[in-house]
Design a protein around this ligand. Structure first.
Ligand SMILES: Nc1nc2c(ncn2[C@@H]2O[C@H](COP(=O)(O)OP(=O)(O)OP(=O)(O)O)[C@@H](O)[C@H]2O)c(=O)[nH]1
Length: 443
């Protein structure tokens, strides 16, 4: 998605994760890379300069919070500021009134009609059955395109290719569907000239009185999206924007950031020609994907919450160095109580999900609880030297924990496979805290 922007930014983040030292020079280098990537994606130069200055100032002057390394801190700053560029939080389409009237606006070719189909499908999946009204009297094929779409989706359509009065069509459509929960109005994307088009939108808007006016913007136009959005915003109160064609668009970053500046939230994005190529726009998820970060942010936040950082660091180091004992595994399980099951935690580290041992993937909360009981029947000596746990010790531990011998053996098997997997990961990395683990898998 977004052409090279994602690739360039992901590479910058990988570089950052792999840097031996984080200092003024390396921060400036990272900022330069980000600048280059954004400018290539047609992000407005003023925005780029503002963003890079903020990232640089924060990275150089802010002290990393406790438990966060300078590297994690810079990663977090880049992430946060990029999210800011796109408007921070995601916004839902709140279907409150009945009928809930949605008016689509956008220039011809922006992908308006296709997007109406995508939204209709999205709403259908949520259990709604929207009806559509066609008021585009300028493009003869528009009605036919909607007819095919609505037939495919099995939803109602009102339109009349012989009626050239858009306002009349809107009024009739409103009447026909007054008992529907959701009515979507398609409008023209072209007119005699732009002023006429905008005037028609203003008139239509006063007739339809939309609960939500959605502007569709072609993502391939880059920062020009800003002026286009402003022009439409003058005709009606734009409630949200959908940016289309972000699949492979080199200028998508420019379009998204320009639109975010207009003030109306981007609620959805179009990522292809098929009806399912449509996503709710969530700046945080979007940016973390663009930066190739998986859910690192969540991982970092969760790691921060872990009560005993020393125990966490000790366990991580043990895990990565291969000196992993049952005592470390017990610590790991205790930590997991705070961070969630191991597979979930590991899945948040990009690239690591697939490497989780089979046994770990099958771990359930119930099993973890049982393992904890078994481990509490072991002596410290046994936990630190798991090799000594043979037949008679297994029987004693099983009796103490009130489980079968097989279950103790199963725990030992799980321990051994985890140890092996961790050793493999450690070899690639060299060990040293969650940050190091995270960096390894960003490479
Ligand atoms: N790659 C890609 N193509 C898209 C996307 N959305 C729409 N398109 C394509 O863009 C072209 C124009 O889309 P339409 O929906 O026909 O255009 P329109 O904006 O409705 O045009 P008017 O009805 O005249 O306003 C079509 O070929 C669509 O398949 C998208 O997200 N990605």
């Amino acid at each position: 998605m977004l052409g090279n922007l994602g690739e360039n930014l992901t590479n910058t983040m990988k570089k950052l994760a792999g840097m031996a030292v984080i200092d003024k020079k390396t921060i400036k280098e990272v900022v330069k890379d980000i600048q280059r990537a954004l400018i290539q994606s047609d992000v407005n130069i003023q925005l780029v300069l503002k963003l890079s200055k903020t990232i640089e100032d924060r990275a150089l002057n802010e002290k990393p919070p406790k438990g966060i390394t300078p590297r994690e801190h810079v990663i977090t700053i880049v992430y946060e500021e990029m999210v800011n560029l796109l408007g921070e939080k995601s916004h839902e389409l709140n279907i409150d009134d009945k009928p809930f009237k949605i008016m689509f606006l956008g220039l011809q070719g922006s992908g308006k009609t296709t997007t109406i189909g995508k939204l209709a499908r999205f709403l259908q999946k949520k259990g709604y059955s929207p009806a559509i009204v066609s008021t585009d009297t300028w493009r003869p094929a528009a009605y036919e395109q909607l007819r095919q779409l609505t037939e495919e989706l099995n939803i109602s359509l009102y339109g009349d290719p012989n009626n050239k009065d858009a306002l009349d069509l809107a009024e009739k459509g409103l009447k026909k569907f007054k008992n529907q929960k959701i009515i979507i109005f398609d409008t023209a994307g072209r007119h005699k000239d732009e002023a006429d088009l905008l005037e028609e939108m203003e008139n239509l808007s006063s007739i339809i009185d939309p609960n939500e006016a959605i502007l569709v913007i072609d993502g391939t136009i880059g920062q020009q999206a800003h002026d286009q959005a402003n022009a439409f915003a003058k005709t009606t109160d734009i409630g949200s924007i959908i940016v289309t064609k972000l699949d492979g668009s080199a200028k998508g970053g420019g379009a998204l950031s320009a639109v975010a500046e207009v003030g109306a939230p981007i609620k959805f994005i179009g990522t292809g020609e098929r009806l399912d190529d449509f996503e709710v726009f969530d700046p945080e998820r979007f940016i973390s994907r663009l930066l190739g970060m998986g859910d690192i942010k969540t991982l970092i936040e969760k790691a921060e919450e872990v009560i005993d950082e020393d125990v966490a660091a000790e366990t991580m180091n043990a895990m990565l160095s291969g000196k992993f004992t049952i005592k470390d595994m017990k610590n790991q399980f205790d930590m997991m109580g705070k961070m969630g099951p191991v597979q979930q935690v590991m899945n948040m580290v990009p690239g690591i999900g697939a490497k989780i041992p089979k046994e770990a993937r099958k771990m359930t909360e119930g099993k973890i609880d049982k393992y904890k009981i078994i481990m509490s029947s072991m002596s410290i000596y046994e936990m630190e030297n798991p090799k000594v746990i043979k037949k008679s010790r297994i029987t004693r531990i099983a009796r103490g924990a009130g489980v079968r011998n097989e279950e103790v053996k199963e725990l030992l098997k799980y321990f051994n496979s985890t140890k092996k997997a961790m050793k493999g990961i450690g070899k690639r990395g060299g060990g040293g805290g969650i940050n190091r683990l995270v960096s390894q898998f960003m490479k």
